[in-house]
Ligand binder design. Structure first.
Ligand SMILES: [Zn+2]
Length: 180
């Protein structure tokens, strides 16, 4: 798996690279997650194009997707959420040019070009930025935890009510009667 790429060559040739990395191998990302399972599939495209002043610019586009396990804000279980990345970058020859381009470029992020460009570093940075700020299950598997914390008395009452009204509960009580 290529983790270092020559972006001068990639953009000159107009090539693409793709790969798949385990979430657990991205240490900074996985430290923010509730589960180390899953993979990140990624693809990077490079090309060159001339700007309005006919100056050749180096472009990268990073796309990636993964399903990550985040901690649920209510029950502390694992919430599996999809994360998608689609970002465009403009490559600068050096730090000084990058600072200059950063001031004028509005749509693209500016990176410093390198012959040992660390794709997975960029992928991990972008995946961290793409994580939702807060997450919780639509319906927690362990609602008793959140129910007890929120309103202990009320929760117990509503459980009793629903059991009483449920046709399955009625069926259970019939089954429990002696058959004789
Ligand atoms: Zn939950």
């Amino acid at each position: 798996m290529p983790t270092e790429i020559d972006v001068f060559e990639l953009t000159r040739a107009g090539h693409s690279l793709e790969g798949c990395v385990p979430v657990s191998s991205l240490v900074r990302l996985s430290s923010l997650l509730a589960s180390q399972e899953g993979e990140v599939t990624w693809r990077i495209d490079g090309w060159r194009q001339r700007d309005a002043a006919s100056i050749e610019q180096l472009h990268l586009r990073l796309r990636a997707s993964a399903t990550v396990g985040l901690p649920c804000g209510r029950c502390l279980g694992v919430v599996h959420l999809p994360v998608a990345i689609d970002r465009g970058f403009l490559l600068a020859a050096n730090e000084a040019q990058a600072a200059q381009l950063d001031d004028t470029e509005e749509d693209l992020d500016v990176l410093v070009a390198s012959r040992q460009f660390l794709v997975l570093e960029l992928l991990e940075d972008e995946a961290i930025l793409a994580l939702p700020p807060a997450s919780s299950h639509a319906q927690c598997e362990r609602p008793e935890l959140s129910g007890r914390a929120a309103s202990p008395g009320k929760e117990a009452t509503s459980v009793d009510d629903s059991a009483r009204r449920s046709p399955f509960a009625a069926l259970q009580s019939l089954k429990r009667k002696p058959s004789s």
